[in-house]
Design a protein around this ligand. Structure first.
Ligand code: HEM
Length: 134
């Protein structure tokens, strides 16, 4: 694993140790765009929080260049594609990345600008993949 990704993984671990990290992320994401808010109107949050915890972990492994998560990535991308269960307009992914990095900056006590750039880069790898499968 590259150093930049090891730093992001460690940061993610610190965030998950704090209570309320994923909840805070969704709070930020939903208030950024009314279309996003609407999409989650009927969501079971305890399930969704778990799904995203796992999803981010897969995304970071993928960003590190590991192909063991290729299948899981494809399933998530399919779910968010035009024909999927929860289609997501690729134009909305900027909100996903920025809300997540904002939540990390609030929850990781060792957050700094450089780490923020590393996070953005890792998350972009995932949203680019989703966009290509849209
Ligand atoms: C703006 C960006 C995004 C929006 C608006 C969005 C929206 C949604 C919605 C509406 C659902 C279904 C919730 C329900 O069951 O009610 C969902 C499920 C899910 N999303 Fe996203 N999503 C976004 C980005 C992502 C990204 C980048 C990932 C990858 C880490 C991801 C991972 C997941 C997973 C793992 C599920 C659960 C899928 C399942 O039920 O099998 N999402 N998302």
């Amino acid at each position: 694993m590259s150093q930049f990704l090891a730093d992001v993984q460690a940061s993610y671990g610190r965030c998950l140790k704090e209570r309320g990290f994923i909840t805070r992320f969704y709070e930020l994401l939903l208030e950024r765009d009314e279309r996003i808010n609407q999409m989650f109107a009927k969501t079971d949050w305890s399930q969704q929080n778990k799904a995203l915890r796992r999803g981010i972990s897969i995304a970071l492994t993928f960003a590190g260049g590991s192909s063991i998560v290729e299948r899981s990535m494809k399933e998530m991308a399919d779910a968010h594609s035009r024909k999927g269960r929860a289609p997501v307009d690729p134009a909305l992914y900027i909100h996903w990345r920025e809300s997540l990095v904002q939540a990390v900056s609030e929850f990781d006590p060792r957050f700094n600008d450089e780490l923020g750039i590393d996070w953005q880069q890792a998350l972009k790898t995932t949203t680019d993949y989703f966009t290509a499968h849209y």
